[in-house]
Design a protein around this ligand. Structure first.
Ligand SMILES: [Zn+2]
Ligand SMILES: [Zn+2]
Length: 144
C-alpha cells in the first residue's frame, strides 16, 4: 500500500498543477487558498486580465524588465474571492514560489495566516519583516 499523502503534499501538488496553467512563461506560478477545514477556497496562476490576450499568444508587455500584462497568481486567487464575495480570513496560502512584496502585503491584508511555498524566488527582506511582524507563518516545503 502506498503512503497516503499528507495535506501539505496534497495541496502543493495541486498548486503546481494550477501553476502549469500560467500563460506568462516568465514565471509559472500557482497559488491555492485553503481554509481550516482543508477545503480549497480559491486558486490562481500567473496570467493576463480575464478576457485579454495572453503573453503566450502575443508576447510579453515589458516595462522596466517586468511583464506588466500579468496578474500574479496570489492576486488572481485573492481577486476571485473579492469578485465572488468569499472570505479568505484565516486561510492558508500554498504558493509555488515565495511571494513578491506586493503579493505578500495583499495576502496579509486579506487575512491569510500561513504560507507554504516550494521555491525561493527573489525573497524580499521587507516581505519577511512584514510576515514576522504580523505573525504570519511561512515555511518552505521540501517535497519533490
Ligand atoms: Zn508576460
Ligand atoms: Zn506577486
Amino acid at each position: 500500500m502506498t503512503k497516503r499523502k499528507d495535506w501539505k503534499e496534497y495541496f502543493m501538488e495541486i498548486t503546481e498543477l494550477v501553476a502549469s496553467r500560467s500563460t506568462c512563461d516568465r514565471a509559472f506560478v500557482g497559488c491555492l487558498l485553503v481554509n481550516d477545514d482543508n477545503r480549497i477556497v480559491s486558486s490562481g496562476y500567473n496570467g493576463s486580465v480575464s478576457g485579454n490576450p495572453h503573453c503566450d499568444d502575443i508576447g510579453h508587455t515589458m516595462r522596466d524588465g517586468h511583464c506588466i500584462a500579468t496578474i500574479h497568481a496570489e492576486m488572481n486567487a485573492l481577486l476571485y474571492c473579492a469578485k465572488e464575495g468569499i472570505s479568505v480570513k484565516g486561510c492558508t496560502a500554498y504558493i509555488t514560489h515565495f511571494p513578491c512584496l506586493n503579493c505578500t502585503k495583499a495576502l496579509i491584508q486579506a487575512g491569510i495566516k500561513q504560507i507554504y511555498y516550494k521555491y525561493d524566488y527573489r525573497i524580499d527582506e521587507y516581505a519577511i519583516l512584514l510576515l514576522n511582524r504580523n505573525h504570519i507563518g511561512f515555511e518552505k516545503l521540501e517535497i519533490d
